[in-house]
Write a protein that binds this ligand. Structure first.
Ligand SMILES: [Zn+2]
Length: 238
């Protein structure tokens, strides 16, 4: 059985609350990654997610390309977002269960991974995440929360050319219902027990292009027989 862990970046936005309500109704324990600047401007939907038991991780303060910053600037992006996140958790009266970090734009850098380890950050347990690109990019040896399936639904936003059909086709290709029976027989055994860390976003602009895209993505993954599982959080060499 293919397993999936849902991660949702760029929260909080206006559609975050509807996503939270939907995930609660499905009992899917997704992990949100918040941009500090958005937390400061509009904390209500992040408070709501926390009150419903969701974990919110750090996604920097201004969403920069971290590999283009100096080390000091990159650390400040993380620390500033930490301050915003801690304030929201405090306001919610909830103890932060775990510190998680995701680079914007699927970026990474070693010095910042070392910094995260020194500050006690953990990652989503990726011991069963085995996609080639995930392993090849060294994600298993890094503490940031990376991605093994990018829905790329952000490409629906104005100025891009991706259609929602192309996104559902991509889901079908990876999670399994497309392809000839022979192809499926060949690949099924490899896929068994494989876990995917799925990336999608809380984006109001995408909502305008495709209403409830997040519900459609979850349903499409499930329609292919994959099951959403609760994430576990581990240190680097757990
Ligand atoms: Zn992002």
């Amino acid at each position: 059985m293919i397993k999936a862990i849902l991660t949702i970046d760029d929260a909080p936005q206006n559609n975050t609350k509807a996503i939270v309500d939907y995930l609660c109704s499905k009992n899917i324990k997704a992990v949100f990654f918040a941009i500090g600047d958005l937390l400061d401007k509009n904390p209500e939907n992040a408070l709501y997610a926390i009150s419903k038991g969701f974990v919110i991780g750090n996604h920097t303060y201004t969403h920069p390309k971290m590999s283009e910053l100096t080390y000091e600037e990159a650390v400040e992006e993380i620390e500033k977002c930490e301050r915003s996140l801690n304030a929201v958790y405090e306001k919610a009266g909830v103890e932060r269960p775990v510190k998680l970090f995701r680079f914007p734009y699927l970026d990474s850098r070693k010095d910042i991974n070392d910094y995260l380890v020194s500050k006690g950050f953990k990652k989503i347990d990726d011991s069963n995440v085995n996609s080639k690109s995930y392993i090849k990019s060294g994600c298993k040896d890094e503490i940031h929360v990376s991605v093994s399936f990018d829905c790329a639904e952000y490409l629906l936003r104005p100025g891009n050319t991706m259609t929602f059909d192309e996104i559902t086709d991509k889901i079908d290709r990876v999670f399994g219902s497309k392809g000839s029976p022979a192809v499926k027989r060949m690949f099924r055994p490899i896929l068994v027990n494989r876990t995917y860390i799925i990336l999608t976003h809380s984006h109001d602009e995408t909502e305008e292009m495709e209403s409830e895209y997040w519900r459609k993505i979850v349903e499409r993954v499930e329609a292919n027989g994959a099951v959403f599982i609760d994430p576990k959080f581990v240190g680097l060499h757990a």
